[in-house]
Design a protein around this ligand. Structure first.
Ligand code: NAD
Length: 290
């Protein structure tokens, strides 16, 4: 397939490289990042999408997506699909989808789960919102870049799924970390804590797959001095998006709100920026109740 790829950073570069390896014809554009091997560089975003059947964007946030989409949409071929894989606010995803439809294009919001490791290994999960026909067009590319693609519904449904998932993740990571910190103070060995909880009703992805305690459970960023992995500031971004969406939809999300507040303090005031989001454990273990 002929693919345009805009935003070749930590995630976009390995995703585009996997498309090239699978034999797709990829033209890319990024304001800073170099082109991965096999991706033909264009001098502008509009230049990268000429003749493309699918255009993928992997950008930092909704404001940048809106700007880039405004440039891309007039340059895209009628009937082509604009597939945004960034994590952005639901309102931006829906606004871009409306502009694309008005120009005779199809749009998908298709954020990912699986991080930089999943992008490199081609094992991402895609959660997509938009027309069924657009999903079917992009599905062969999702199958190259990932292991699973779920069509979640209409425009914005992919972003909705992403922020709901990551709200659960933020909350369960904090709960797992505070339970380890409490267990320490009660004199419970961390390995015993893992052995019990990972096979009991307190189990979760945060405990079983991404254990925040060093030397316990499978290999995780905790075993690498909390080098990300999934950085605390990216978790904060997603928790803020979930709170923004909850306010817009009048949904009561008290645990999500508290998780957003804790990650905000951690990232902005307590040295958490640049650390993995599981570094909430060393933050909590140092503290008392005061
Ligand atoms: P990144 O900052 O490494 O990459 C973003 C790229 O976009 C950069 O190379 C930047 O130069 C480029 N860019 C910015 N403005 C541009 C413009 N106007 N035109 C063209 N290129 C532009 O970020 P990332 O880690 O690759 O994340 C990308 C998206 O994926 C984000 O929305 C993030 O929330 C989401 N995401 C990241 C992870 C992760 O673990 N890194 C996991 C899941 C989802």
């Amino acid at each position: 397939m002929k693919v345009g790829f805009i935003g070749l950073g930590n995630m976009g570069a390995p995703m585009a490289a996997n498309l090239v390896k699978a034999g797709h014809d990829v033209t890319g554009y990024d304001v800073h990042a170099p082109m991965p091997e096999g991706v033909v560089g264009a001098i502008s975003a509009a230049g990268a999408v000429k003749g493309a059947e699918v255009v993928i964007t992997m950008l930092p946030n909704g404001a940048i997506l809106r700007d880039v989409a405004a440039e891309l949409i007039p340059a895209m071929e009628k009937g082509a699909v604009l597939c945004d894989c960034s994590t952005v606010d639901v309102a931006s995803a829906r606004a871009v989808a409306e502009q694309a439809a008005a120009a005779g294009l199809m749009a998908l919001d298709a954020p990912v789960s699986g991080g930089v490791g999943g992008a490199a290994a081609g094992t991402l999960t895609f959660m997509a919102g938009g027309p069924e026909a657009a999903f079917e067009t992009v599905k062969p590319l999702f199958d190259v870049m990932g292991r699973k693609a779920v069509h979640c519904g209409g425009a914005g449904a992919g972003q909705a799924a992403k922020i709901c998932n990551n709200m659960i993740l933020g909350v369960t990571m904090i709960a797992t970390c505070e339970a380890f910190a409490l267990a320490d103070k009660l004199g419970l060995d961390r390995q015993k804590m893992f052995d019990v909880v990972s096979t009991s009703s307190g189990q979760s992805w945060s405990m079983n797959t991404y254990c925040p305690a060093p030397g316990v459970g499978p290999q995780s960023p905790a075993d690498n001095d909390y080098k990300p992995g999934f950085a605390a500031e990216l978790m904060l971004k997603d928790l803020r998006l979930s709170q923004e969406a909850a306010e817009g939809a009048d949904a009561d999300t008290p645990m999500g709100a508290l998780a957003a507040l804790l990650y905000e303090r951690f990232v902005e005031d307590e040295g958490g920026r640049g650390l993995d989001f599981s570094a909430m454990l060393p933050r909590l273990e140092k503290r008392g109740r005061g």
